[in-house]
Write a protein that binds this ligand. Sequence first.
Ligand code: 1GP
Length: 255
Amino acid sequence: MKHDVYDYIIKGIKEKGALHMALIDQDNFNNSHDVMRTAKIIEDSGVDAIMVGGSSVDREQIDMCIKAIKKGSNLPVIIFPGGVSQISPYADAIYFMTLMNSRSRYWLSLAQALASFSVYKANIEAIPMGYIVMESPVKSSVAFYGDVNGIPPNKPKIAASYALAAQYLGMKVVYLEAGSGAPTPVPDNVIKATKEVLEIPLIVGGGIRDEKTAYQKVKAGADIIVTGNIVENAEKNAELIKRIASAIHKAGGER
Ligand code: 1GP
């Protein structure tokens, strides 16, 4: 098994200050050709890595999606699994996640036990992640499926305490998630309070749709910005994706 995606992330943050990851949910594509085209546009736009996953993607879709991405780009592909079926030997790595603020024991440790041998057999790098989901006025898929006890946006210390717990538990990254398509992204003060106590990379995603917001979230302390919805319409949004990637790298460089 290779162990180079986490090193790539750490090195990338060191060199550029912050990274941009694009999330592809195979469920939102009609065919592999569109996925391949999208991956190419993503790479040409200056994005640093591609994440794949979704709330209802199955094993066949995840294999197909990763193969298509690999045809269109050379970027590392990291599985961001929405469930135990989303494990594929074609990926470079998988975020091995615990949904820190779930109410369900399934998402705290049972899903991980059920998935562990599939990851072992797939022989891909597992990057342990503490996943923390914000409360939102509009319920996201992750909040619904993950039985989430959402972090109130006006309580930064709660988010920071979960992130710190993730770090002490040995996780290698923390992801602060507002939910895909969230009306508002994770607030700056929540990012700031979390980053202040963390030594591991902080990922922020959900509801980031323009370069100004991406820039602001990196300035607040995000090491990695994830964009999902806007990259899936890559043909139309190619210029926007470029501007977001460059805003992230600019803010990272200024830190
Ligand atoms: C979802 O945070 C990601 O896990 C992406 O969110 O689709 O809103 O960019 P968006």
